[in-house]
Design a protein around this ligand. Structure first.
Ligand code: GLP
Length: 241
């Protein structure tokens, strides 16, 4: 595990964007695993800026997103497919046919999970997976549990997650209760994992996840075992170490 300490959110975002940019330059048709939430927005903004300056070419890049709310589609501004278009894909030269997000409106859970796992396999796995960190230690939507789920599955969102994510919705009742998410096994198989974490509110969970025991009750803790895991965090998020 490598920890990069950043001064603040913008510095964290530039550091993460630098790592992703190097990946795309070294392997133009790489597979990027992408994340949503407020943490990676600055990283996407920086990558867009470098794209506009002519420094990065996304034309051959392929992507797989971590997760999607069950029941939402691209017409909903809270869906993760909408988030990705709005915050990243619509501003770069990526081919949308090369981007993948679990389909929230496919209510056939078995079929959707099998389809998404086949997508990841078909791409030959993930070269670089970008992650945020949930307030309860979740990665993607892998919530605290008694085991680490291996592959894509449907999950009931933890109350802590509903509370944390309700800020994006008009009211708490609007937050979907279920999501599709890649498994912890899929994430662990990515060749490199880069996590962005910012703010004093994440300081306790950063300490528990990366300096505490490896346990499915803190799903991110398993990243301690990843052979190429980079935590990019600002000083506030690292303040409890
Ligand atoms: C959501 C996403 C996670 C993300 C988490 C943290 O629950 N499913 O992938 O890491 O939010 O979000 P934020 O970066 O806004 O704190």
């Amino acid at each position: 595990m490598k920890i990069l300490s950043a001064r603040d959110y913008d510095h964290m975002s530039r550091q993460a964007a630098n790592i992703i940019s190097a990946q795309v330059i070294l392997k133009p048709n790489c597979v990027l695993g992408l994340a949503t939430g407020s943490s990676p927005i600055g990283t996407y903004r920086q990558l867009i800026d470098w794209y506009r300056k002519g420094d990065i070419d996304f034309s051959q890049v392929r992507t797989v997103n971590l997760d999607e709310y069950v029941g939402l589609d691209e017409g909903s501004d809270q869906s993760y497919i909408y988030f990705m278009r709005h915050n990243f894909f619509d501003h770069i030269n990526i081919d949308l046919a090369n981007t993948n997000v679990p389909c929230g409106t496919n209510l056939d859970e078995k079929a959707e999970c099998a389809r998404y796992d086949a997508v990841i396999r078909g791409m030959g796995g993930i070269d670089l997976q970008l992650l945020g960190l949930g307030p309860n230690g979740h990665i993607g939507f892998n919530e605290p549990d008694d085991y680490f789920p291996k592959s894509t599955h449907k999950v009931a969102l933890a109350d802590a997650t509903i509370q944390a994510n309700k800020r994006f919705f008009e009211k708490e009742e609007d937050v979907p209760r279920f999501a599709y998410t890649m498994g912890v096994g899929d994430i662990m198989q990515a060749r490199r994992v880069v996590m962005v974490v910012s703010g004093a509110g994440k300081a306790d969970i950063v300490k528990r996840a990366f300096f505490g025991p490896i346990t499915p009750q803190v799903p991110a803790s398993i990243l301690q075992l990843h052979r190429d895991f980079v935590l990019v965090a600002d000083e506030a998020a690292l303040s409890k170490l």
